[in-house]
Every structure is written in structure tokens, then in C-alpha cells.
Design a protein around this ligand. Structure first.
Ligand SMILES: *Cc1c(COP(=O)(O)O)cnc(C)c1O
Length: 374
């Protein structure tokens, strides 16, 4: 059996190598390394794929969060609501801009922001909600958009982990994750569902005025060459990364299918181990695209992790600390209510190997490793 990895990017590359190598060499030979044709092609391909009116590539997902916030004319001290259980980048951009992250607890089943706790966290300074579509599953966006409308708040969807997930509203309307809020952000970090071979990111919006501003911010705030309208930054997707993403985007749906198939195998083999664990909970209206397959371990998560490691089965703890316990955010974050669920998930969450190249033998080996754990 091939050694099991959390993510196997090289095997995936081998399967598309001919096409990929050509695209890479073409770009290197073109001499257009910044804002080349491949970037425009990717922006339009991404808009088509997601159904977003505008897609604006940028350097990475963290920049995308910062750029989205910069476009919203916020004042220092204004607040942005975030889930306490997420990757630190979600709150980093907020703090960098001298805004205040307000941490709200998450739903114990979906791991996404608990929409029933958002209202009590809102203060007169709150201007933005940043829900995170965690591990591949969209947050309860219908309720979040309702709260945002009632309170006149912006919504920035941190969709770094859930590109391709389709969300169904109660009236049957379907929209892709990342296209529901005012702005959605994407990351093309190699381990995301659509990953490049370095750093990459994008912003999605249906709002023309915002789109113009977001794009301007990625290019030093320029409205035209050497005319700087607003303070921006330098955050571009390299032509090379765009060319790589142009090769990968047409494969995204089949790669999502492969992830779902693996998740189904895990689900059916592990769902009966109720003394030990809980399998991921999926809401029917939310299409889980499994950037991670994350179990809740009921006791001694670290013992199980160690046991599996000895068997050659890697696992990862996403995330060992909630935002408000991260040293960097300690005195910079406001707790919007109690955060007990997030704290307890940091002790119980365990992510299994999940990628597009897991074969049947590896999946069965991982499953028996868990079943045989005493
Ligand atoms: C990966 C990730 C980011 C940041 O993306 P980068 O491209 O690595 O900067 C932001 N938020 C979440 C939830 C992520 O998983």
C-alpha cells in the first residue's frame, strides 16, 4: 500500500502532468509574469464556475479578507463578527486594519457560526459579519443574510475551504458558497479544494461598485496607471499560478466527487462507533465538499491520534486553539457570548486524511485502524 498522507498533491499532479507542464512552460516562455492572459482567463472561468458576476484574483486568501474589509470604509474600532472556531487568518485581517474581531460560538454539529448567537453579539460598532464555511460546509447563510439585512451589516463569506459547495435556500434557490454575502473570499493554497502550486486567492461579488473598488485595491488603489485613488496594496495572482489554476478548474467537480465518495466510505464504516466518535453532520440543504473530514472524538482524542500515527495513519487537529485563546488575539478580541462549544471542539476535533487520490485500500486501512482502536 502507498504511504497514507493527509493530502497527496503529487499524485494528483502526475495525473494531469502533460497538460500542466505545457501550461507552466508556456507561461514561463511568454514573459508575461504579472497580469498575463491566464489571469484574465482564470477570472472569467472562476466567475462562470461560481456563478458570481465578478471574480477578482489576488495573492492569497488572507489578503482577500483584508481587501474586502478595506473596500468597506470602516473606522478603527468598528467590529466584525467571526466564529471563534476557525483558522486565525479570518481574524488577522480584521485586527491588522485596527478593527475589532468579535468571536461568536459555533454550532456543535456543523462547526459553523451559531446563527442564534449572532444578535446578542452585535453592538452599535458592529459593521460586518464574517461567517466561515468551515471544512467544506456552508454556514447557515440564509439566516445570516437575514440578520445582516435587519441590522444593516456587511457580510464577507470566508469561503477559503468550500469552493464548489452549493447552498439551497428555503425557497429552492441555489447559490454557490462564496456568492451569497456582499463579498466572498477564496484561497488557492495548495491544500484547498482548488489549490495552485504556491499562494493564490480571489474575491467574489455581484456588486459592480464593490468589484471596481476591490480590483483597484489589489492594484495599489490605482484607477489608471500611476493614478492612485485610494490606499490599496499589492496583491496579484501570478500569471503562473493562474495558468496552473486554469488547468485545474475543469477538474474541480470530479475532485469534489472523489472527496464525497471517500467521505461516504468513512461515514458508513464509522457511524456505528458512537461510543468513540461522531461522524461529520451534514445539513441536507448544504452540500458538504469535504475540504476536511472532521470527526468529534468523545474521549482521549490525543490518544487515538497517537495510536493512528503509530499505524501510519496521519491525522490533524483543526484547530487546537479557539481564536480567543490565541496569544496574538488575547487582548484584541471581544467575546460575543460564551464560547464553550468552540473550546470543546478544540479538544475533540480530529481530521482524517482527505484528498482526491485516496484509494480503496488506503481508505479501508484507515477505517480498520479506527475500528481496531481500543
Ligand atoms: C486557508 C484559509 C484562509 C487563508 O488563505 P491563504 O490563502 O492561506 O491566505 C483563510 N480562512 C480560512 C478559513 C482558511 O482555511
Amino acid at each position: 500500500m502507498k504511504a497514507i498522507q493527509m493530502v497527496d498533491l503529487v499524485t494528483q499532479y502526475r495525473k494531469i502532468q502533460t497538460e500542466m507542464d505545457l501550461a507552466i512552460l508556456d507561461t514561463v516562455g511568454s514573459g508575461h509574469y504579472i497580469n498575463g492572459e491566464a489571469v484574465k482567463e482564470f477570472a472569467s472561468g472562476l466567475a462562470d464556475y461560481t456563478g458570481s458576476k465578478y471574480a477578482i484574483p489576488c495573492a492569497n486568501g488572507t489578503d482577500a479578507l483584508q481587501i474586502a474589509l478595506m473596500a468597506m470604509d470602516l473606522q478603527p474600532g468598528d467590529e466584525a463578527i467571526v466564529p471563534a472556531f476557525t483558522y486565525a487568518a479570518t481574524a488577522e485581517a480584521i485586527t491588522l486594519l485596527k478593527l475589532k474581531p468579535v468571536a461568536v460560538d459555533v454550532n456543535p454539529q456543523t462547526f459553523n457560526i451559531d446563527v442564534n448567537k449572532i444578535e446578542e453579539a452585535v453592538s452599535p460598532k458592529t459593521k460586518v459579519i464574517i461567517p466561515v464555511n468551515l471544512f467544506g460546509q456552508t454556514a447557515d447563510m440564509e439566516t445570516i443574510m437575514q440578520v445582516a439585512r435587519d441590522r444593516n451589516l456587511y457580510v464577507i463569506e470566508d469561503n477559503a475551504q468550500s469552493i464548489g459547495s452549493v447552498y439551497t435556500f428555503s425557497n429552492g434557490t441555489k447559490k454557490q458558497a462564496g456568492t451569497i454575502g456582499n463579498v466572498g473570499i477564496l484561497s488557492f493554497f495548495p491544500t484547498k479544494n482548488l489549490g495552485c502550486y504556491g499562494d493564490g486567492g480571489a474575491l467574489l461579488t455581484n456588486d459592480e461598485e464593490l468589484a471596481v473598488k476591490l480590483k483597484m485595491i489589489t492594484l495599489h488603489g490605482q484607477s489608471q496607471k500611476y493614478r492612485h485613488e485610494i490606499i490599496g496594496c499589492n496583491s496579484r495572482l501570478d500569471t503562473l499560478q493562474a495558468a496552473i489554476l486554469n488547468v485545474k478548474l475543469p477538474h474541480l467537480d470530479s475532485w469534489i466527487k472523489a472527496r464525497k465518495k471517500t467521505a461516504t466510505c468513512y461515514d458508513s464504516a464509522l457511524s456505528s462507533l458512537t461510543d468513540l466518535l461522531e461522524i461529520p453532520y451534514c445539513i441536507p440543504s448544504v452540500d458538504h465538499v469535504y475540504n476536511q473530514y472532521t470527526l468529534k472524538i468523545k474521549q482521549n482524542r490525543d490518544g487515538l491520534q497517537k495510536y493512528l500515527k503509530e499505524k501510519g495513519i496521519p491525522t490533524t487537529v483543526y484547530y487546537p486553539l479557539p481564536l480567543h485563546h490565541q496569544p496574538a488575539f488575547k487582548d484584541k478580541i471581544r467575546a460575543g457570548g460564551d464560547l464553550r462549544v468552540s473550546e470543546s471542539l478544540c479538544k475533540s476535533a480530529l481530521s482524517l486524511p482527505m484528498h482526491t487520490e485516496l484509494d480503496e485500500e488506503q481508505i479501508q486501512y484507515i477505517i480498520s485502524g479506527i475500528i481496531n482502536y481500543k
